[in-house]
Design a protein around this ligand. Structure first.
Ligand SMILES: Nc1ncnc2c1ncn2[C@@H]1O[C@H](COP(=O)(O)OP(=O)(O)OP(=O)(O)O)[C@@H](O)[C@H]1O
Length: 404
């Protein structure tokens, strides 16, 4: 229920937030506000970049050329760390690219270098770009602004949903997208990386052109994307197995229970996030729409039943519990909200359609509390929900060895 856009959302924001909090000067407080008031989604804005340069952004105008190579066409989106603009690459026969221009601030420069390191690793392990992760083409420092040139993608799966009035994706499309997401993230896991910030905003269509059909039952037009090919973006929080694992990671809604309970985390926290994302594609709304840990845990209990006592006993966050049970009052205002608005996952299984059974079986396995019992992505790729993809699908063909 609590939805403050000024709160840190992603793990990198959280990291920057805690660093900024150390000084607690007025200047840093102002900076913090600017950092965390970024909108949830991006929007395309033709015309000039009208922001003052002192907010750390590069002052540019459409038509400007960076490095005598990248001609800025339009703004694609704005993130915490800078802007992403559409450019013509004059050295590659006018090919279009997305250029991420990082703010001219040391913290963001450092964060960008970590992202570049991960993108370089991905390029090295996947030179033919078969694993559905965005491809980095080039990077450079432009007067203190680190710039990352990437393949140009289209709308995010969140923005598409939003522009379609939050009408859910159809099951066939969910299946195709889910398979690619599992495949991409499994590739990261095989290469000792955890993404840590999976959410519909960070999964982009390669082409978001759509057809419009009239839904007589809902009495409205519905958009259907023509091609469901997606790519993962934003690797700024990706963490190698050997690296320090920050205590808190992920955007709140997609955060796994072991992270909330500060029990340590592994690749499997990505699987939890994917479970939440797939539910959102299916329903059109977020499964855990909250920024409050206690409420989040109560929602999880409503969806999946009581938290395992092993996790409750191990956590140092005992303030959320009383007598080894979640300290939560079903009759309070928040309690009633959770009860009225959240449906247990098993109830979705009551649907007669086989594909719904298969889909919710997969979801239950991904949304398993105990990471040690949660489905790995290599197993997820072999789940019966994906059987209809079989041969004929590019994604299936390139990954079929995983299931042998
Ligand atoms: N390769 C790309 N092609 C097309 N659009 C892109 C590409 N990469 C990013 N975008 C767009 O730019 C927006 C901002 O991207 P950016 O990577 O800065 O976001 P972010 O790091 O997730 O920001 P935040 O940390 O605030 O969530 C994205 O939401 C997306 O809409």
């Amino acid at each position: 229920m609590v939805t403050s856009s000024k709160m840190p959302q992603t793990s990198t924001q959280i990291q920057v937030y805690s660093e900024l909090c150390i000084g607690e000067t007025a200047e840093e407080q102002t900076l913090m506000e600017g950092v965390f008031s970024a909108p949830r989604s991006s929007s395309e804005e033709p015309g000039k970049n009208e922001k003052a340069p002192d907010d750390g952004h590069l002052a540019y105008q459409n038509g400007d050329v960076l490095q005598e190579r990248y001609e800025v066409i339009s703004l694609l989106g704005e993130g915490t760390f800078g802007k992403v603009v559409r450019c013509v690459d004059r050295r590659r026969a006018g090919a279009r690219v997305a250029l991420k221009i990082i703010k001219n601030m040391e913290k963001y420069r450092q964060a960008a270098k970590l992202e570049i390191n991960v993108l370089e690793k991905i390029n090295e392990k996947d030179p033919h770009n078969k694993h559905q992760c965005v491809q980095m083409l080039d990077w450079f420092d432009y007067h203190g602004h680190v710039c990352i040139s990437m393949e140009l993608l289209a709308l995010s799966t969140f923005d598409f949903l939003k522009e379609n009035n939050f009408l859910p994706y159809c099951m066939d499309h969910i299946r195709q997208m889910a398979y690619q997401i599992c495949f991409a993230v499994n590739f990261l896991h095989i290469n000792k990386l955890t993404h840590t910030d999976l959410k519909p905003e960070n999964i982009l269509f390669v082409n978001s052109d759509y057809t419009i059909t009239y839904n007589a039952e809902k009495k409205r037009d519905e958009r259907k994307v023509k091609d469901t090919t997606v790519r993962l973006v934003v690797f700024g929080s990706a963490t190698f197995d050997h690296e320090h694992h920050s205590t808190i990671i992920s955007t709140h809604h997609y955060r796994a229970p072991e992270v909330i309970l500060e029990l340590g985390w592994s690749h499997l926290c990505d699987v939890w996030s994917i479970g939440c994302i797939l539910f959102e594609y299916y329903e059109g709304f977020t499964l855990y729409q909250t920024h409050d840990n206690q409420e989040h845990l109560a929602m999880m209990e409503r969806v999946r039943g009581p938290l395992p006592s092993t996790m409750i006993c191990k956590t140092r966050k005992q303030k959320y519990f009383h007598c080894r049970r979640l300290d939560w009052n079903d009759s309070s205002k928040a309690g009633r909200y959770v009860k009225d608005h959240i449906k247990p996952l098993w109830r979705y299984r009551l649907s007669e359609a086989k594909e719904h059974h298969q889909f919710f079986d997969l979801l239950e396995k991904m949304l398993e509390y105990e990471p040690s019992k949660r489905l790995s992505l290599s197993s997820a790729l072999c789940h019966t929900f994906f059987l209809p993809l079989r041969r004929g699908s590019k994604a299936w063909e390139s990954t079929r060895n995983i299931c042998r």
